[in-house]
Design a protein around this ligand. Structure first.
Ligand SMILES: NC(=O)c1ccc[n+]([C@@H]2O[C@H](COP(=O)([O-])OP(=O)(O)OC[C@H]3O[C@@H](n4cnc5c(N)ncnc54)[C@H](OP(=O)(O)O)[C@@H]3O)[C@@H](O)[C@H]2O)c1
Length: 295
């Protein structure tokens, strides 16, 4: 019998971390350890070193990040510590421990000027601090780990856990008769549960379980395309909330951080490599709304 693989999930209190936790029972073959910020604080390099002196893993899945896109504009150093420097340190530790790494990144590494879905090799040009620090984290992984790291860029993550667009819309839709939502930013929502399933399928896959594999990037979101306006309309339609939604332009909703106008991700590579079948965004939204109604 091979030894049970020990897997660390960092950011276990976030949307993705909790979604992986929720499906832990489907993977009894792994010893899964879920670390919270107080156990492993990514803003503290010394803390990270101490934690890994005491704990060894076969696989590290990093779901933690500084995700406050607008606030990052006024806290660039903290965002850089968590999204870049800590990720570099995790990659160095993974090399020392001979662990494999799955790191999660973002569509905000792109500038959104393109008119066809982004593939993994397309030019990056982040628009703000969050995207820049996440890109620096990706590059640190790739520079430190020639082998044994997968980086997954995803977009517009929502779930029944934490704060996200779906929960904000449900809250505002319950309080107001009418809302305005941006229609000129185009992308695809990602139900964190679907991404969690995809990550665990990758961990369980033949490419990941070779003695060594070449580090590389993958893109993952749900299937389909929408604007934030379409997303809001679908949320209200499928939860029977009576709130009128009107489309507005990005210029009419100024935010500290600039966001890509177009951030569709091409998922062909991840689907082909791991034989994944990805749910359509509206089907996943309906599932999430059912789960939110049970909370
Ligand atoms: N949310 C999106 O729309 C979106 C879009 C594209 C890509 N992504 C990427 O997807 C991944 C997962 O995102 P998510 O939506 O699950 O994020 P989330 O819900 O905001 O959760 C972030 C997690 O990171 C943890 N964290 C923050 N600072 C930390 C620190 N100093 N030390 C340790 N842990 C810390 C948080 O812990 P606390 O609970 O203690 O704060 C939380 O568990 C991230 O890499 C994110 O960049 C997200």
């Amino acid at each position: 019998m091979p030894n049970t693989q020990r897997i660390l999930i960092i950011g276990s209190t976030g949307q993705l971390g909790q979604s992986i936790h929720a499906i832990e029972g489907n993977y009894p073959q792994y010893d899964m350890v879920f670390a919270k910020r107080k156990q492993l604080d990514l803003s503290d390099a010394q803390h990270i070193t101490e934690y890994f002196k005491q704990n060894k893993f076969d696989v590290i899945i990093n779901c933690a990040a500084y995700t406050a896109v607008d606030k990052a504009e006024s806290e660039p150093d903290l965002a850089d510590k968590i999204n870049h420097l800590a990720v570099q340190q995790l990659a160095q530790i993974a090399v020392q421990q001979q662990a494999k790494l799955i790191h999660v990144s973002t569509d905000y590494v792109f500038n959104g000027q393109q008119h066809r879905p982004y593939i993994e090799t397309d030019a990056v040009a982040p628009q703000g601090v969050y995207g820049s620090t996440k890109l620096a984290g990706e590059q640190a992984v790739q520079n430190t780990m020639v082998n044994n790291a997968f980086i997954i860029r995803t977009s517009w993550v929502y779930s029944q856990f934490g704060n996200n667009f779906v929960k904000t819309m449900l809250k505002l839709g319950g309080e107001r008769d009418a809302l305005t939502v941006i229609y000129d930013q185009i992308g695809t929502p990602t139900y964190a549960h679907d991404l969690a399933e995809a990550i665990m399928s990758m961990v369980n896959s033949q490419p990941f379980n070779q003695a060594s594999f070449k580090s590389q990037l993958f893109h993952y979101s749900n299937e389909g395309v929408c604007s934030w306006y379409d997303f809001a309309k679908a949320i209200f339609e499928h939860s029977n909330v009576q709130c009128k939604v009107s489309p507005i332009e990005t210029k009419d909703y100024p935010t500290p951080a600039k966001r890509p106008a177009y951030s569709l991700l091409n998922k062909a590579k991840i689907k082909d490599t791991f034989g994944l079948s990805i749910p359509y965004w509206k089907d996943s939204l309906k599932q999430c709304l059912i789960n939110i109604s049970k909370c």
